[in-house]
Structures are given as structure tokens and as C-alpha cells.
Design a protein. Structure first.
Length: 158
């Protein structure tokens, strides 16, 4: 009985060989693709690191502020051209709205970046957890409390 069972198992194993070989081929292909993607990610990470070293957040903030001001100046120049009659209404509206929108978006992003930078540099004290008061409380503290001078000739220091 063991010989028949062994032969049957061997035949089943041989019948499964094409499926196993196909699975191995797919595994190799997937592995090679994963290796390529990993290399691309590592290259992009290196590029990101080199760019972040070149430009600090403060520099980016200053550049963003300058770009916002530049876009605003360009929108004002477009308005001046329109007022002089150099461009038509349709062209003015198209160009002016485009530049003004760009200026506002850059200004908003610049303000947000400045707020983030200030928050990182000067973290706020949590006011809800701050239990002591910045001045002495009544009846306690380090300083003597003044005495009422209602009766005549009393000493101030008792």
C-alpha cells in the first residue's frame, strides 16, 4: 500500500511542476521589479536630501515672499497698462486675475510657512497647564501684604 501511495504522490508532484515553475518565474520578475523600484526610490531620496541641504526653510520662506511680491508687482503693472489704455478689458481681466491669484496664493503659503517656522522656533507655553500666577496671590507669596491704615498713628509694617 505504501508503494502505491508514494507513486501517486510522485505523479501529483510532477503534475504540479509547471505551476511551481511559473510561480518561481513570477517571483523572480516581481523581485527584479522591486529591486529597480527600490533603486529609484533611493536615488530620489538622495536627490531630495541634497536639495533640502541646499535650501533651508528660512531661505525657502524668503524666496516665497519675494515671489509673492514679484507677482503682486506684475499685477500692478498690468493694471497700469490697462489704465494707460495699452491693453483691452478682456486681456486685462485675464492677465490681472491670473497674476493677482498667483500673488495671493504665494502670500498665503508664505504666511503659513512663516507661522510654522515661528511655532518651531518659539513654542508657545500651554496656557491651560500653567498653574502658577505671575504675581503673588492674596494671603500668600513671598512679599508682606500691606496693612490698612484706618486708625491714626498705626505703623505701616505692624
Amino acid at each position: 500500500m505504501g508503494l502505491v501511495q508514494n507513486k501517486s504522490l510522485a505523479e501529483w508532484n510532477l503534475s504540479q511542476e509547471p505551476k511551481i515553475e511559473e510561480a518561481k518565474r513570477q517571483l523572480r520578475s516581481t523581485y527584479e521589479e522591486a529591486v529597480k523600484i527600490k533603486e529609484e526610490v533611493m536615488e530620489l531620496k538622495e536627490k531630495l536630501n541634497s536639495l533640502s541641504e541646499e535650501r533651508s526653510l528660512d531661505t525657502s520662506s524668503a524666496l516665497l515672499q519675494a515671489a509673492a511680491q514679484s507677482a503682486d508687482d506684475e499685477s500692478e503693472a498690468i493694471a497700469d497698462r490697462y489704465l494707460r489704455g495699452d491693453i483691452e478689458v478682456d486681456q486685462f481681466l485675464k492677465e490681472f486675475i491670473e497674476k493677482k491669484t498667483l500673488a495671493h496664493m504665494r502670500k498665503i503659503k508664505s504666511d503659513k510657512l512663516l507661522a510654522i517656522l515661528q511655532q518651531q522656533q518659539y513654542p508657545q507655553r500651554p496656557s491651560s497647564n500653567f498653574t502658577s500666577t505671575p504675581y503673588p496671590t492674596k494671603g500668600g507669596g513671598l512679599y508682606p501684604q500691606p496693612v490698612s491704615l484706618s486708625s491714626s498713628r498705626q505703623s505701616f509694617w505692624y
